[in-house]
Structure formats: structure tokens, C-alpha cells
Design a protein around this ligand. Structure first.
Ligand code: ZN
Length: 155
């Protein structure tokens, strides 16, 4: 119970900080779930001819919607179906996805996180990865251990 409580708080901290980072940005492709669903709906709903605005064309040029099981996901527009699928992630899902990546590479550093993330996701920014790394308790603990070791070696 205590553990769940703690990770929930960490998730909230993460999402809030990420929100602060993206809020000041004019061009940002990290949306909250509401905006994500809105965009998804715009892409999948074929508008009437007269309603096909330039913003509709912009969306369908840039994004594609894939049916994954019973959920629809926004992915980067591919030129052919052989191309790798790269997903857009909404703000609320960012924490759990970055967490999974970070743990799967054994608490690796930012560069390897970026590499792994870019294979599958479009809009998880370097900042979003750095932020997770900063909040990761195990990584912080490891840093302290390294620091102590370094200090002991210098004695
Ligand atoms: Zn870590």
C-alpha cells in the first residue's frame, strides 16, 4: 500500500513537471488525453468535402491512426506499411512508458534511453526522459553510492 502510494506521488510529480516544461512551448506535440482523443477523432472522421480545411490535410499528412486491439492510437504517418510504427503518447501515459523503457535498459543513462525511445515513439522528448531519470529513486541512490565510493577512494 505504502509503495503504491509512493509511486503514485512520483507519477503525479513527474506529470506536473512535464506539464510545466511543455506549457511554455508554442510548438509541442505532447498532448493531454483530451487533446489526443480530439486529434484522433479529427483524423478518423472523414469530413464533408466542404469541411476539408487545410488543418485537416495537415493532420492526415502528419499522422495516421492504428487500431491496436480495441484501442486506436495515433502514429506517425508512414509512406508504406513496411515502415516502422512510431507512436504518439499522451501526457498521462508518458510516465508509465518512460518508466518501462528506463527499467528495461537496467536504469541506463539518458543517451541509451533516447536511442531506445526513438525506435518506437515520436513525441517522448529528451527532457521527458531526463526528468524521469532525475526522479528515479534507484538512480539517485546509485549516484549517492558512487559519490561515497569516490570520496572514499580520495581519502
Ligand atoms: Zn533509474
Amino acid at each position: 500500500m505504502a509503495q503504491t502510494q509512493m509511486s503514485l506521488n512520483q507519477e503525479q510529480t513527474y506529470t506536473q513537471k512535464l506539464l510545466q516544461i511543455i506549457e511554455g512551448k508554442l510548438k509541442c506535440n505532447i498532448w493531454n488525453r483530451e487533446k489526443y482523443d480530439e486529434i484522433l477523432e479529427l483524423i478518423v472522421t472523414e469530413p464533408q468535402k466542404s469541411d476539408k480545411t487545410s488543418s485537416y490535410y495537415y493532420l492526415v499528412r502528419k499522422y495516421e491512426v492504428l487500431q491496436c486491439g480495441d484501442v486506436k492510437k495515433i502514429v506517425k504517418k508512414r509512406n508504406s506499411s513496411d515502415e516502422d510504427v512510431k507512436y504518439y503518447v499522451c501526457l498521462e501515459d508518458m510516465y508509465s512508458i518512460v518508466q518501462k523503457i528506463h527499467i528495461s535498459i537496467g536504469h541506463g543513462g539518458r543517451d541509451i534511453m533516447v536511442k531506445v525511445t526513438n525506435r518506437k515513439y515520436v513525441n517522448i522528448s529528451n527532457k521527458a526522459l531526463e526528468l524521469y531519470k532525475e526522479l528515479c529513486e534507484e538512480c539517485q541512490l546509485k549516484n549517492v553510492e558512487l559519490l561515497v565510493k569516490a570520496l572514499l577512494l580520495n581519502l
